[in-house]
Design a protein. Structure first.
Length: 256
């Protein structure tokens, strides 16, 4: 059996003395499409940052392609939760994607023909090649998010991390966006943090429920038991096509 490309073993992480993650184990196989779900403050983004090497675990180990994450950065693509963009800045979609080909070791060299071919391939793969000459400020939220993913893909990563990449995309556009990710998953392993459970279950291959500890499920089906484990209070599972989620009545004081 092939070794996992991501191996999180016995990981604890604390912030200001407060545990955020405790004794987390997770293995991600090549070709997986893993979605990480859980309540706000449950540790989803912290787990993602640990796998990216942006922070270090308090205890335990994280390995990506058998190495510390920082040593595997050239094989990783990342789209953070909040990409701050000055939409009035006169930069084109193509220029934004080409930024993903910048090499610090070569300084501010001109883009090569191969850089431009790679940018074109990434934009075509995400279905936004036709807007390559438009300013980023003129794009919809869904188009902009596809451009950011194209920028992450242009360097040819083997695994792509997405932190709430769907948050800025309207409900009508999400179906097509997930179809693009499913097609992308043919060649790239995907790890995505998301709150959107209504469409995900028909596209992903595995699910990790995180709320300080982690429960892993090796299929894309999101069940009632998974929601109860992740949110630790009764949550109704909503069928596809219903544009809202209903929380069951439960005892206890209100909380955020």
């Amino acid at each position: 059996m092939a070794e996992p490309i991501i191996d999180v073993s016995g990981v604890w992480f604390s912030f200001n003395g407060q545990p955020v993650l405790q004794d987390v184990d997770l293995k991600v196989e090549r070709g997986d499409f893993l979605v990480v779900i859980g309540p706000n403050g449950g540790g989803k983004t912290t787990l993602l940052k640990l796998m990216l090497g942006l922070i270090e675990p308090t205890r335990g180990s994280v390995r990506v392609f058998g190495r510390p994450p920082a040593k595997a950065a050239h094989r990783i693509g990342y789209v953070p939760q909040n990409v701050h963009v000055n939409k009035t800045f006169p930069v084109s979609v193509l220029d934004v994607v080409l930024m993903g080909r910048l090499r610090t070791s070569k300084g501010w060299s001109r883009n090569s023909r191969q850089d431009r071919l790679s940018a074109q391939a990434a934009l075509e793969q995400l279905g936004v090649w036709e807007v390559r000459d438009r300013r980023i400020g003129d794009l919809s939220g869904g188009q902009l998010q596809r451009v950011f993913i194209a920028r992450a893909l242009v360097s040819g990563p083997e695994v792509l991390f997405l932190d709430e990449a769907m948050a800025s995309i309207d409900a009508q556009s999400r179906g097509g966006f997930y179809e693009s990710l499913t097609e992308l998953n043919r060649t790239v392993t995907i790890v995505a943090v998301s709150h959107d459970m209504m469409i995900l279950s028909s596209h992903v291959k595995s699910v990790a429920c995180v709320n300080r500890d982690l429960h892993y499920h090796g299929s894309g089906e999101i069940t009632q038991e998974m929601l109860d484990a992740a949110y630790r209070c009764p949550v109704d599972l909503v069928a596809h096509g219903v544009p809202h989620r209903v929380l069951c009545r439960h005892e206890g004081p209100p909380h955020d």
